[in-house]
Design a protein around this ligand. Structure first.
Ligand SMILES: Nc1nc2c(ncn2[C@@H]2O[C@H](COP(=O)(O)OP(=O)(O)O)[C@@H](O)[C@H]2O)c(=O)[nH]1
Ligand SMILES: [Mg+2]
Ligand SMILES: [Zn+2]
Length: 359
């Protein structure tokens, strides 16, 4: 039994719950796995964070086959992570200056996943304690209890470590706020591991297809989510209000007169306009409504069939098929060491190779 910590095409790096001893008595904590054909046939997707059962582990080569994926407690598609227990949202108090609209957008995005969000404000060393207190109070009004930290002076890091212990956490936030610095401080070994990845896989490291879980020394896993600056809000307009804790609080006190109330001044609306982020809500609501309308339009246009003409000149519908290219894999490739393949093939090549590999 183990947890998938990296996925590259159809290869899975699994961290074992209990390290194994190989023939030379050295301990094996990770296995490189493929998935059983049965799982592939039923279309079982495997994500980082998945708890898996491994069959026929080959300790000599540190590889195995995933036979079963346990049910997930949570599931995110972007980034693709299973069983995440919290989101660690990191912003900087300065350099770059803390921008309320951007922070709000990230918070709403985090809330929309339903996964609890821990807000962390880094670079506290750049602010006076009075300025820090002002931000803390302001964000309390938003319904959050932010942890003010400094990777540079180690302020708040012990407290943060406690929050991360034994949990799967997704790290998010704009670039430049100190996420990489934080990872390197929390996990000194990471730098080595990043450097040890070789070959073409390097290219995939910062795409959305590649998510890796870093192992925290005190237990727990941290998912790095590279490269998104302005998260796209794709929530339903009717749900948006629930992603503002300070408004959620008001909604708990009763009901609006209209069940489809958008809470923007309708008669007998239970949500007042007396909160700082009310204008954020109104702007994001417009966005969500526009988004919903665009999605509706797309659904109308997008058809899964195309019109064809038969021999008799009659029109008929034919389902659109996607064609998949298959390339033959040489025997030499098949018997190459799996680790070599993993490190030296392109993603597409890896995906095709999996079809030919048998365990
Ligand atoms: N003053 C200060 N600078 C920091 C702190 N943490 C990170 N930085 C700096 O912020 C910059 C961006 O950091 P980086 O980790 O690359 O941010 P990322 O883009 O979120 O991964 C670097 O120059 C860091 O040295 C901090 O606690 N205080
Ligand atoms: Mg970074
Ligand atoms: Zn209302």
């Amino acid at each position: 039994m183990g947890t998938v910590i990296a996925v590259q095409a159809n290869f899975y790096q699994v961290c074992l719950d209990q390290p194994l001893m190989d023939l030379n008595d050295s301990s094996i904590s990770h296995l490189l796995c493929t998935r059983r054909t049965r799982l592939k046939k039923i279309g079982q997707q495997i994500m980082v964070g998945d708890r898996v059962i491994i069959e026929q582990p080959d300790y000599q080569d540190a590889r195995g086959a995933i036979a079963q994926v346990l049910p997930r407690t949570t599931e995110l598609s972007r980034p693709p992570v299973a069983n995440a227990e919290q989101i660690l949202l990191v912003f900087a108090l300065d350099e770059p200056p803390l921008e309320p609209w951007q922070l709000s957008r990230f918070l709403v995005k985090a809330e929309s996943t339903q996964i609890p969000c821990l807000l962390c404000l880094n670079k506290a060393d750049l602010l006076t304690s009075t300025q820090q207190k002002t931000w803390h109070e302001r964000l309390e009004e938003w319904g959050y209890n932010p942890l003010l930290i400094s990777v540079m002076t180690f302020q708040g890091l012990t407290e943060l470590k406690d929050c991360l212990k034994d949990k799967i956490t997704i790290l998010a936030g704009p670039s430049g706020v100190g996420k990489s610095s934080l990872i390197n401080t929390l996990i000194p070994a990471v730098q080595q591991r990043v450097n040890s990845v070789s070959g073409k896989l390097q290219k995939g490291r910062h795409t959305t297809r590649h998510v890796e879980l870093f192992e925290l020394p005190e237990g727990g896993l941290l998912a790095d989510t590279p490269g998104f600056n302005q998260p796209h809000l794709d929530c339903l307009p009717s749900q948006l209000i629930h992603y503002f804790p300070e408004a959620r609080q008001q909604l708990e006190k009763g009901n609006c007169q209209f069940s489809d109330c958008f809470h923007r001044g309708e008669p007998n609306c239970i949500v007042n306009n007396n909160w700082e982020r009310y204008e954020h809500y109104l702007t994001f609501l417009e966005e969500a409504i526009a988004q919903q309308e665009a999605t509706q339009k797309m659904a109308d246009q997008e058809s899964t069939v195309k019109v064809k003409m038969n021999a008799a000149g009659q029109e008929y519908y034919e389902p659109k098929l996607e064609t998949k290219k298959y390339r033959r894999t040489s025997r030499r490739q098949k018997h190459q060491n799996l680790q070599d393949l993993y490190e030296n093939q392109s993603l597409d090549e890896l995906e095709e190779l999996e079809d030919d590999l048998e365990f």
